[in-house]
Ligand binder design. Structure first.
Ligand code: BES
Ligand code: ZN
Ligand code: ZN
Length: 467
């Protein structure tokens, strides 16, 4: 993929953006947000993308419009396109380059297992009336590529994208981004008494890993932000087996892990002056002769004992051990976890926003704002004491399912479980089960299948709040 910067459109296919108030709009085209039309003029194919009212245009509007523009370009089987950036005075170059991000995100298609590959766009010319640097272009490209990288990890077969494969991915990231990498294999996990990760991973012939990537970009800053991603490479439910209809997309249960790896890849390329630690507990929740049993009690790394009420509530278990272990070893100043934790979050928020839980209002606010800017939206959910009370067990310290009626406040009680392992550290949990997978056709910059949710959110959060 080549991206070139030029002052004039070099291709015969041109994407341009129009506002509702633009003069000389093409006939029957209102330029409302998301609207698109193709017009031919001599040998030029003009793809017009509507942005709505100029004063309302956001980074998200630009991404969606550009994504639709590039999808139209692909549909027309063009290999080269010029994108004319709109001029919006109140938006700086970085924001304006959401057009490029949107195009690169919109262009992504998982075609690995298709025998016939569609014609792909090889060259994008970015045409701008104001000065834009190659570094600014490259930054937008790195971010979009990192989202697409995360999508690729999720879309790959679960038989290939195993815990060991996630560790290999982390190794490549650590090398190219000069990071410290620690990988605990199944023996280390056993020896370190990471019993919850072990329990979840035991049913599978693909053994678990705990992956820790440390990027230290600032020796001055005392801050060390930890980002943890649920890495269940396939969630069959375990002995509490999921029914047909609920299992087919469960290779996406490592979407949190993919987001963390996408973020670390991006950080390694951008090299900001911050300290970030990316953590991935990875396991396959499978059925097998050694699979963990419902009703059994396990002692977590933290020391708290947990009654397994359902082997399908496995995400909170691996996150708990990963968080406890890394709190001790890495000593983070804040923790953000991303996890496809509960189907219930999709009941609350659909695919419009991920659920945000936090023990710290300032952290929650920063993440919320990053969500509004990046388009990976968040909505705050509660951590009432009642939820914590509901996960107290009669036989152990905690239970991995609440005592509430089946299905009641499932996302909130899951979040309350993770909270028990975070102590006083500012922590946020992002339940991405509703937003990480798109079953339908592409929606603008949101691809079909894996969406790559979380990469742009966390990058924005880390970079905008660095000192
Ligand atoms: N991985 C699932 C959650 C999920 C559901 C992700 C749908 C993506 C789409 C998780 O491990 C799970 O099975 N959760 C259960 C929890 C229940 C057993 C308390 C659920 O949501 O039903
Ligand atoms: Zn599950
Ligand atoms: Zn799961």
């Amino acid at each position: 993929m080549k991206i070139r910067l030029s002052k004039t459109a070099k291709s015969t296919t041109i994407i341009s953006f129009l506002f509702e108030e633009s003069k000389n709009l093409p006939q029957d085209f209102k330029a409302s947000s998301g609207e698109i039309t193709v017009r031919y003029e001599a040998d030029i194919t003009n793809i017009y993308c509507g942005l709505g009212k100029e004063e309302e245009v956001s980074e998200r509007t630009l991404k969606t419009a550009a994504a639709k523009g590039i999808q139209k370009t692909s549909e027309l089987k063009k290999e080269r396109v010029s994108i004319i950036l709109p001029e919006i005075k109140r938006l700086d170059n970085e924001k304006l380059l959401s057009c490029l991000k949107g195009a690169l995100l919109g262009k992504y298609k998982f075609t690995k297992y298709k025998s016939e590959k569609p014609v792909s766009i090889e060259t994008i010319d970015i045409v701008s009336s104001r000065p834009i640097t190659a570094a600014e272009i490259s930054r937008a490209e790195i971010i979009a590529d990192s989202v697409n990288y995360a999508r690729g990890l999720v879309n790959e077969n679960a038989h290939k994208m195993t815990p060991a494969q996630l560790a290999k991915e982390a190794l490549a990231i650590s090398k190219s981004g000069s990071m410290k990498l620690t990988v605990l294999d199944e023996h280390d996990i056993s020896k370190q008494q990471l019993n919850l990760i072990k329990a979840v991973g035991d049913g599978s012939p693909f053994p678990p890993r705990l992956i820790i990537l440390e990027y230290n970009g600032s020796s001055k800053s005392k801050e060390r932000q930890m980002i943890v991603g649920k890495g269940i490479t396939f969630d069959s439910g375990g002995l509490n087996l999921k029914p047909t209809g609920s299992m087919e997309t469960m290779r996406s249960d490592m979407s949190g892990a993919a987001a963390v790896l996408g973020v670390m890849r991006c950080i390694g390329a951008l090299k900001p002056k911050i300290n970030v630690c990316g953590v991935v507990p990875a396991a396959q929740n499978a059925l097998g002769p050694k699979a963990y049993f419902p009703g059994d009690v396990y002692r977590s790394y933290e020391g708290l004992t947990v009654e397994i009420c359902s082997t399908d509530a496995e995400g909170r278990l691996i996150l708990a051990d990963a968080i406890s272990y890394c709190r001790k070893k890495v000593k983070p100043t804040s923790i953000v976890d991303l996890a496809t934790l509960t189907g219930a979050i999709a009941i609350s928020l659909g695919d419009t926003a991920a659920g945000l839980y936090s023990n710290n209002d300032e952290l929650a606010q920063k993440l919320f704002e990053a969500g509004e800017r990046s388009g990976d939206r968040l909505w705050r959910m509660p951590l009432f004491q009642e939820y914590s009370d509901s996960i107290k067990s009669d036989i152990a310290d905690l239970r991995n399912l609440s005592k509430f009626k089946k299905g009641h406040a499932g996302s909130n009680t899951a979040a309350a479980f993770i909270k028990e392992f975070c102590g006083m550290i500012p922590w946020a949990h992002i339940d991405i089960a509703g937003v990480s997978w798109n079953d339908g056709p592409p929606k603008g910059e949101t691809a079909q299948f894996a969406t790559g949710y979380g990469v742009q959110l966390i990058i924005d959060y880390l970079l905008k709040n660095s000192v």
